[in-house]
Design a protein around this ligand. Sequence first.
Ligand code: GLN
Length: 270
Amino acid sequence: MCRHLGYLGPPAPVGELLTRGTHSLRTQSWAPNDMRHGGTVNADGFGVAWWTDEGAASRYRNSAPIWTDPAVEEVLPQLSSPAVLAAVRSATVGMPVERTACAPFTDGGWAFSHNGVIQNWRTVLPVVAKQFGSPDLLDAESATDSAALWVVLRAALDGIGALSSSFEGRSESDARLRAVAAAVTATVRAVLAPAPSARLNLLLGDGETLWATTVHHSLSVLVTDEVAVVSSEPYDDDPRWQAITDRQVVTVRPGLLVVEPLDAAPSTLS
Ligand code: GLN
C-alpha cells in the first residue's frame, strides 16, 4: 500500500522533505511501520509535486523505487516550495507499473494522491462519475483506480463554486476550504456506496491547504502555527504528531486543523 505526505509551511527543499526524519517517506517506502493491508515495500515508483510562484502544481515522477533515484538527493533539493505533496507507490495487483500511474496526479493548482484500492473500479467509477457531470474516465493518465478516481474528484471539484455559496456567513477563503472538503467527502461517499470495502485514503492539495481522508489506512498530522504536515506515518518522533482515526475528513493549514467524521461531514451541493 502506498504512503503519502503533504507539507505546508516555510519554503523547504522539495527533496529534503522526501528524506526528512528518521522515518522519512523514502524510508517508509522500504520499511513502513503501519501497512494495514498486506504489502511490505512501496517499490513501484514515486512522485512529488511542488507549487510555482504562480500557484501551479509542478511535479516529478519515476516508476523506479524512490531509493534508486539520484534525483532525490542531487536535483530535487535544489527546488524550494512552501507546499509539497509526495507519494511512494505499491501497485495494486493487476494494475500497471508505469510513471503515469504514480501520484501525484495534477491539474492546474491541484495535486492528488490515493492510498488504497477500489475493487472493481472499472464498474464502480463510471457509475460514480455520473453523479459529478460524467467526466470521461478515458482521460485518466493510467488504467488504475487512483488515476480514474482523480478524474472523478477533479469533476467534483468543478462544483465547489456552487458549494461555497452554501457555506454562508463564512469568509470567502473559509467557504472555499469547506467546499473542497465537501467535494472530497461527496466523492468518497459516492464510491463507498457501491463499493463499501473500498480503501480510500485521499490526499489533495492546492498549495495553500491540504485535505485528506482516512478510510482503512493510517494517517497522522502535525500542525503548528508555522507548518502543517499530513503523512501516512510520522516521519520522526516529534510528540506533536496526532494519529487520525478511521473514516475522517481532515483539512489542514498552518494554524488550522479540522477533523470531521466522514459520515457526518457536509457533502451536498445545496
Ligand atoms: N490502487 C492504487 C495503485 O495501484 C494505490 C495503491 C496503494 O495504495 N498501494 O496505484
